[in-house]
Design a protein. Structure first.
Length: 672
């Protein structure tokens, strides 16, 4: 049967964040006119700027915006879009949305509403799969939902077992029951959670497969009934049933297993007349037996690993199939090349039970390199809203084999700069470093068994990291003081005629504190060198090269790259060799650092001798007026008032030696 073409020239992406950016990238490359939707909190988000056109759909809450079928349809009408791509999450697996799109005359880039409906209900899906001969976990998928029936069926299945919401997914409405005394509570909790999350309290029961792998098969089908599989992905590294790290192919797969799982996935899709991109998920036990888990009727978060090992663009295939074009691929065309691993970067705090975080992204600098791909939806300065999913980026590495891909991904994570919000970057790196993961032996029990609570807590930085932070902090203060000074030669930096230079910084991290003395020992400008001591240890820190936010530093002769950012409030973000911390000088009172050198506080731009003070407390001064004179390297330098005001206090006198950043004069900024 040949299907008529469904021509469209514009695509509206009914989503946000990294997946919206990723879909828009391919759609624009294929010369479609692209339309984004956004809320007030997303008005400046990258996906808005990535589209040719953008339509506002609400203030912020998802129920009134990205989950509103009426608002999405209205946006499509207003923009003249011909097709709607749902991405993943939000309305992507909502049969009513797919039906509404088609009823309104838009091409829905996804499967039919009937296919979404069948696979969206776990009980219906399991019944269909059993009829199609797809292996399923033994369990109960019946319509009777009273507690007595569920308890009787549980006794028949045996323990351990899983209680699951029939509708929805993502780990919600799911409980593992190991003992008979846990069953009643599990049923009550799962039903309540399912009602709240999916609007349906229907449950299914399944025999629990302990320590399995979570392996899924990417399938693709066109409207002519031609279905192929694009290989499998291993998504076993999960936290609370949410995937964290995914890879393709599965580390323990074989050609024989791949063929059997692929055939089962294709049979599952064909049994419901599926069209488009879909993923059939299986549990793989330690004996090589696999069982149908569920089918996701959409593009998956982890689709990039399949793209990297097959060389295919899945979004491009979706758009072509949605146009009515036949798949120009056969199963023989699919070749798995190398290995790819993806890590999901979340705005969450692992040290506080992975609670989602929000706030401003102070600096975002994604990694780059051979075999590295980054799908993100953030920019520096962007506000991370509490309204939406905390996943903000995906970092993917490809290599000729699994170990090369693992090392590349670990290196990429250690170069990923995300300052300003708590995130799981270090947690992801910890997972990749574990021997169990490196050997390819991780199961769904990996995180619970291999990651300890102490590894989730952010460790206090070590002495050398604190020393680097102190030097960068001092260098920044030098630069700021020189910028405020008048007629001061750069050669005067770190120079004094009558005293040994020493700067002080104190950094505190709970029970750990560093009281540091920083002494210049040679060099200037970008080649400055300092000896840093805490009274017990010392280290030589050399600034070999410094660009915007990146410093190449020597630490006792060993070279490292430090990525850093110092905010206006005096907080220094620092990342070295994958270690990240925030430093604030505890010597200053709260808020004082932000005031040093700004407002009415006048500080010394260099070390030197005060030779003359030309104002007294109570004097009115004008911006640019000379306040005092200093001598350094036998040269005279003037310090002038930064504003109009009245002198509140003078802290120095002629003949006094002062250090850089020493407070000289306090000016009341109010004129009078």
């Amino acid at each position: 049967m040949t299907v008529a073409m469904q021509r469209f020239s514009s695509v509206l992406v009914a989503n946000r964040g990294e997946i919206a950016c990723r879909i828009l990238r391919t759609a624009r490359a294929m010369d479609y006119h692209t339309v984004a939707v956004y809320t007030d909190v997303d008005a400046q988000a990258p996906h808005v700027h990535a589209a040719d056109e953008a339509v506002r759909i609400g203030a912020g809450p998802v129920a009134e915006s990205y989950l509103s079928i009426d608002r999405i349809i209205a946006a499509a009408r207003a923009s003249g879009a011909g097709a709607i791509h749902p991405g993943y999450g939000f309305l992507s697996e909502n049969a009513a949305f797919a039906r509404a799109c088609r009823d309104a005359g838009f091409v829905f880039i996804g499967p039919s509403p009937d296919a979404i409906e069948i696979m969206g209900n776990k009980a219906d899906a399991k019944r269909r799969m059993l009829e199609a001969g797809v292996p399923c976990v033994p369990g109960y998928h019946g319509g009777a939902q009273d507690d007595a029936t569920l308890e009787a069926e549980a006794a028949s299945i045996g323990l351990p077992l899983m209680v699951k919401a029939a509708a929805g997914g993502g780990g919600r409405g799911m409980r593992l029951v190991r003992g008979t005394g846990e069953l009643k509570v599990a049923i009550r909790q799962a039903r309540s959670e399912a009602l709240q999350a999916f609007g349906s309290g229907e449950l299914i029961l399944e025999k629990a497969v302990l320590r399995p792998r979570h392996v899924e098969v990417q399938i693709f089908a066109d409207e002519n009934g031609h279905t192929i599989n694009l290989g499998e992905r291993d998504c076993s590294v999960q936290r609370r049933h949410q995937k964290v790290i995914e890879e393709a192919p599965c580390p323990v797969s074989s050609n024989e297993l791949r063929e059997r799982m692929g055939a089962a996935a294709v049979a599952a899709a064909n049994s419901i007349g599926y069209c488009g991109a879909g993923t059939v998920e299986f549990l793989l036990d330690q004996d090589g037996a696999f069982y149908f888990l569920e089918m996701n009727t959409r593009l998956q978060v982890e689709h990039p690993v399949t793209e990297m090992v097959t060389g295919l663009d899945l979004v491009a295939l979706q758009l072509r199939v949605a146009q009515g074009e036949p798949l120009a691929l056969t199963q023989r065309d699919i070749e798995i090349r190398g290995h790819a691993i993806e890590a999901r970067l979340y705005a969450e705090d692992p040290s506080h039970d992975f609670l989602p975080t929000s706030g401003a992204v102070a600096r975002w600098e994604p990694p780059c390199g051979n075999g590295i791909r980054v799908d993100s939806g953030i920019v520096s300065g962007q506000e991370i809203s509490p309204f939406y999913d905390p996943m903000i980026a995906k970092i993917i590495a490809h290599g000729p084999d699994r170990e090369v891909a693992r090392r590349r991904l670990l290196g990429a994570l250690n170069k990923t700069v995300l300052f300003g919000i708590a995130n799981n970057r270090r947690f992801l790196a910890t997972c990749l470093e574990k021997d169990v993961f490196a050997s390819g032996a991780a199961t769904t029990a990996f995180i619970d068994e291999e990651i300890s609570g102490t590894e989730l807590a952010e460790p206090a930085p070590g002495f050398e990291d604190a020393a680097v932070a102190a030097v960068l902090d001092v260098e920044y203060e030098h630069a700021r003081a020189m910028a405020r000074s008048v007629m001061v030669a750069p050669q005067l930096k770190n120079w004094a005629s009558a005293a040994t230079l020493v700067f002080h910084r104190c950094y505190r991290f709970d029970e750990t504190a560093f009281g540091l003395d920083i002494r210049p020992v040679g060099g200037a400008g970008p080649y400055a060198c300092y000896r840093v001591s805490d009274g017990e240890s010392d280290v030589e820190i050399a600034i070999l090269r410094r660009d915007a936010g990146v410093a190449h530093v020597g630490i006792n002769g060993s070279r490292s790259v430090a990525r850093f950012m110092l905010t206006e409030t005096g907080l220094l973000h620092l990342m070295i060799e994958g270690r990240s911390a925030q430093f604030r000088n505890d010597n200053l009172e709260a808020g004082e650092r932000a005031a040093v050198g700004v407002g009415g506080r006048v500080v010394a731009p260099m070390h030197g001798l005060v030779t003359e003070v030309t104002v007294n407390a109570g004097d009115a001064v004008s911006k640019g007026q000379k306040l005092l004179a200093m001598e350094a390297m036998k040269m005279q330098h003037e310090v002038v008032s930064p504003m109009d005001g009245r002198v509140r206090e003078v802290f120095v006198a002629a003949g006094q030696q002062v250090a850089v950043d020493a407070e000289l004069i306090d000016i009341d900024v109010r004129p009078g």
